[in-house]
Design a protein around this ligand. Structure first.
Ligand SMILES: [Zn+2]
Length: 442
């Protein structure tokens, strides 16, 4: 992509079509397949792969893609980068339906550390994946998306709570129960039947299907867009961290044929701690690397000379709350990717990996910034430290600055994703980009 507007259109389309981590993974996989990446199945053997580009998906919401320009057994370093596919949301409970005062409502769980207040008074839709079967046929799994304003969580009017602006607290069990329709009977509708109807819209062969189970989430229908008097902002849902997934996938497929082996990993479950079979604290990346490098000694040699760039959004300074930031590390919108540092290794960055990323930005001719949390506020984390600890790979944590992280609608600068794309393209493209620095001799 050569132009900012082309990049933004492509980013907006990706976010619109990615209401859940499953859809985001499917969208990335589509892009990779169109660019010639061959899909591998974890359940079959694929040792001794010839040079080429490959992808592998785990549990529908995590993905690894790699390009082998050289035979891995030659032991060349690997340029690696990662991001997460999931975002905070409301997840529909297995038996969700309740009827109260003529309203049909859905029980939901909190997924991740979401800001609760922005979920009120939004046009919400439902999307995710469903398992189903017809008669005694095999179980199938399909993505569904209601694609319309199917649910709403109305606020309580201020007349019924005069202290709403001073004291209102949100009860996670009782206050955030979405309404999906009105009814005149006390009989609750069959939610599985509603799901089956949506499934049939996409899969007519499911007309007689039994719904077996689902992973369904609510999402905000409002698409991302430019904002601000001069269009200098982007507002949209799930910018943390679909923006990073998009940039890494595009940088990966834009890389020319060269002598670099490169890999991207997109993990699910970052927002709930990453401890799962497809999360960054699980074995997904390690198991793929072990298949590429069956010799443990060779794997360790490659990892020691490689670099992992963990990409996840960072906190820009909020003009109304500037005291929540360290005064010497005020990160600004539209001033480039942020290198994130934390003494307790909540971010994996160190002097060596930060230095390598700074060189990368300088070479790509883009600005960069540095972020460190105030000492009196707890620091968040990313897949970076977990990947570094699992694999042993030198890692740097970076990401674009944003406001309103984990809100249903987040705000970024319109240039920062574009800058990130340039940096990651330089990382994957340039054979002479340094990605390893030996320890100093003692
Ligand atoms: Zn994130």
């Amino acid at each position: 992509m050569e132009h900012l507007t082309e990049y933004l259109d492509d980013l907006f389309a990706f976010i619109r079509h990615s209401p859940t981590a499953y859809h985001a993974t499917a969208g990335v996989l589509d892009h990779l397949t169109q660019q010639g990446f061959k899909r591998l199945d974890e359940a079959v053997s694929w040792s001794n792969l010839p040079p080429g580009s490959y992808s592998v998906v785990r549990n529908g919401a995590s993905l690894i893609a790699f390009t082998l320009s050289q035979d891995p057994q030659a032991g060349m370093p690997m340029r690696m980068a990662g991001a997460h596919t999931d975002s905070p949301s409301l997840k529909i409970k297995p038996n969700p339906v309740q009827v109260r005062h003529g309203c049909v409502q859905l029980g939901v769980e909190m997924y991740g550390g979401l800001l609760l207040a922005p979920w009120f008074d939004r046009n919400l839709s439902i999307a995710g994946r469903v398992t189903w079967s017809c008669d005694t046929g095999p179980m199938r799994c399909s993505l569904i998306d209601f694609t319309r304003a199917a649910a709403i969580i109305p606020s309580l009017a201020i007349h019924l709570d005069r202290e709403a602006n001073e004291k209102r607290q949100i009860d996670r069990q009782t206050d955030l129960v979405p309404i999906i329709m009105l009814t005149e009977t006390a009989d609750p509708p069959d939610f599985n039947e509603l799901v089956r109807k949506e499934l049939v819209r996409l899969h007519p062969e499911a007309a007689m299907a039994t719904i077996l189970a689902f992973d369904l989430f609510l999402y905000d229908l409002q698409p991302p867009c430019r904002a601000g008097l001069n269009g200098e902002f982007i507002t949209g849902p799930r910018l943390d961290n679909l923006l990073s997934c998009h940039a890494l996938a595009r940088a990966m497929t834009a890389a020319p044929d060269n002598n670099c082996n490169r890999l991207i990993v997109f993990n699910d479950h970052e927002e709930i701690g990453s401890l799962s079979r497809s999360g960054a604290q699980g074995p997904f990346l390690k198991s793929v690397l072990q298949r590429l490098y069956p010799d443990p000694d060779l794997l360790q040699r490659v990892v020691a000379r490689s670099l992992f760039i963990s990409v996840d959004n960072a906190h820009a300074v909020h003009p109304n709350f500037a005291t929540r930031h360290d005064p010497n590390h005020l990160v600004m919108l539209n001033q480039g990717p942020v290198i994130k540092v934390n003494a307790a290794q909540r971010y994996a960055t160190d002097a060596i990996t930060a230095g390598l990323f700074r060189q990368l930005c300088t070479k790509a001719d883009i600005p960069y910034q540095e972020f460190v949390m105030r000492n009196d506020l707890a620091c968040g984390s990313t897949i970076g430290p977990l990947t570094a600890a699992e694999i042993g790979i030198p890692t740097v944590d970076v990401g674009v600055p944003q406001l309103a992280m984990h809100s249903i609608r987040e705000t970024i600068g319109h240039l920062d994703g574009w800058y990130l794309l340039q940096a990651m393209t330089a990382f994957f493209a340039a054979e002479d980009t340094q990605i390893h620095c030996p320890d100093p001799g003692f």
